[in-house]
Design a binder for this molecule. Structure first.
Ligand SMILES: NC(=O)c1ccc[n+]([C@@H]2O[C@H](COP(=O)([O-])OP(=O)(O)OC[C@H]3O[C@@H](n4cnc5c(N)ncnc54)[C@H](O)[C@@H]3O)[C@@H](O)[C@H]2O)c1
Length: 83
């Protein structure tokens, strides 16, 4: 099973990509600081065990550590975080 990270996954394009990846059976971690995106775009995934949301900026030091100590390190990263 592919492990994917989508930065900006709460945004317009990112949330559609997340939808598709989950439907394909991937594990998906969304990294988004919600600066522009919305929880409304991803809230329906919160009970899905294959979905994880990290409210973190990709610009800060926290971003580097979010996969430490987990088995969710992505093999595929899609970067759609933008202003
Ligand atoms: N929407 C379009 O029609 C379109 C067309 C061509 C290209 N693009 C490009 O695709 C990308 C995504 O577009 P979109 O329409 O989904 O934008 P969007 O604003 O809906 O999504 C961007 C997401 O990035 C998040 N974000 C911003 N800064 C962040 C940070 N520092 N850390 C973590 N998350 C952060 C925002 O909160 C938001 O959820 C952009 O680069 C845009 O220029 C969009």
């Amino acid at each position: 099973m592919e492990k994917c990270a989508v930065t900006g996954g709460a945004g317009f394009i990112g949330s559609h990509l997340v939808e598709r990846l989950l439907r394909m059976g991937c594990e998906v971690t969304v990294v988004d600081n919600l600066f522009m995106g919305s929880m409304e775009n991803i809230a329906h995934h919160m009970k899905n065990k294959k979905f994880r949301f990290e409210r973190v900026s990709i610009l800060g030091g926290k971003f580097c550590g979010i996969f430490n100590g987990t088995d969710r390190g992505p093999s595929l990263t899609n970067s759609l975080a933008s202003l």
